[in-house]
Design a protein around this ligand. Structure first.
Ligand code: NDP
Length: 318
């Protein structure tokens, strides 16, 4: 049987490639010298695309792949893919939900502990010899018994809520719909921020959630409040966040994602009450392997019976 043509956007691991090459013939978009000429000559040859949450499916690729049937994306966030547009075309979009929830929740906890207990400055104090010369490091803030607000109580938000029980936290949340959960619901991000001391954003990105955390929300969080973003940079008005941190509107922040990745505002880099990560919330060997395996499973399942294991909600009816 001839192999099915698969267009690869972005990098994949050897393990993923090895698990696909018996049935797929893989061509790499970024290896093509003249992308426009390549897409115009061969775009229609690809029924399948393998991509990731960062690259998604660019407009030129979407337009050229007129016989596209399936997109398998590495990552749970798919704001870089026009899921509604593809659903209208009858194209199935698969992503990797669930397998990364533990890791992303752990990343939030790592950031929260690091900011509250001043892990990075305290480490610098220990290494620099200041402890020996100047005495004990100042006291820090405990993470115990805090009111924690989860903006987006989905798979990862619920995992975060469960983890927070270990810290005797009182959980509050805001999402589009109220859930059957033993946590306190608020019908806006601002009301949520007003009710809590620790606010974590874990909604999808995209136009619907753009700048959901703005100057008003940060003001509501207050001068002892801590803000964390493990969602998407677009969810937060970054300029407003920088200002709120500079003028003491909030006390500190832990950020894994930024509006113009990989650019991080210089002002944030200078703040000792902020911990910065280069978008690594799911980036462990174990979790990335599980994500890769699910990407492969979605493609192989589609080849076998035309379905995928984990479609995005917009395509679930296809
Ligand atoms: P889910 O779809 O399970 O959860 C999303 C939650 O966000 C839901 O509670 C949903 O509400 C809520 N939500 C969506 N839109 C809005 C809105 N306009 N206003 C308020 N709430 C909204 O997704 P996951 O938990 O699996 O993942 C969440 C996101 O985390 C991903 O989309 C991705 O962007 C991000 N992520 C970031 C990573 C990183 O590396 N930093 C890694 C993995 C994920 P409702 O339930 O009412 O629909």
């Amino acid at each position: 049987m001839p192999k099915t043509k698969l267009l690869q956007i972005g990098e994949i691991t050897d393990r993923m490639r090895d698990a696909l090459t018996d049935v797929f013939e893989i061509d790499i978009l970024f290896d093509q010298e003249d992308r426009a000429a390549f897409l115009s000559a061969h775009g229609a040859d690809y029924p399948a695309i393998l991509t990731n949450g960062h690259w998604g499916v660019p407009e030129d690729v979407a337009a050229a792949t007129s016989n596209l049937k399936v997109v398998s994306s590495y990552g749970v966030g798919y704001d870089a893919i026009d899921a509604d547009g593809f659903a209208e075309r009858g194209v199935l979009i698969a992503h990797t939900p669930g397998v990364l929830s533990d890791e992303v929740a752990n990343t939030f906890l790592m950031l929260w502990l690091a900011v509250s207990r001043e892990l990075i400055p305290a480490d610098a104090y220990a290494r620099s010899g200041r402890w020996e010369k100047e005495g004990n490091y100042p006291l820090t803030r405990s993470v115990m018994k805090r009111r924690v607000g989860i903006l987006g109580l989905g798979r990862i938000g619920e995992t975060i809520a469960a983890r927070c029980a270990a810290f005797d936290a009182e959980i509050h949340y805001h999402s589009r719909s109220k859930k059957q959960v033993p946590y306190t619901y608020h019908d806006s991000a601002e009301k949520l921020a007003e009710a809590v001391e620790v606010l974590v954003a874990i909604t999808p990105g995209g136009p619907e959630t753009r700048h959901m955390v703005n100057a008003d929300v940060l003001k509501a969080l207050g001068p002892d409040g801590l803000f964390f973003n493990v969602a998407r940079g677009s969810v937060v008005d970054e300029a407003a966040l920088v200002k709120a941190l500079q003028d003491g509107t909030i006390a500190g922040a832990g950020l894994d994602v930024f509006e113009q990745e990989p650019k991080i505002p210089d002002a944030l880099k200078e703040m000792t009450n902020v911990v910065l990560l280069p978008h690594v919330a799911s980036a462990t060997h174990e979790t990335r392997q599980a994500m890769g395996d699910l990407v492969v499973e979605n493609l192989r399942t589609w080849l076998e019976d035309g379905s995928v294991v984990t479609p995005v909600p917009e395509c679930a009816h296809l």
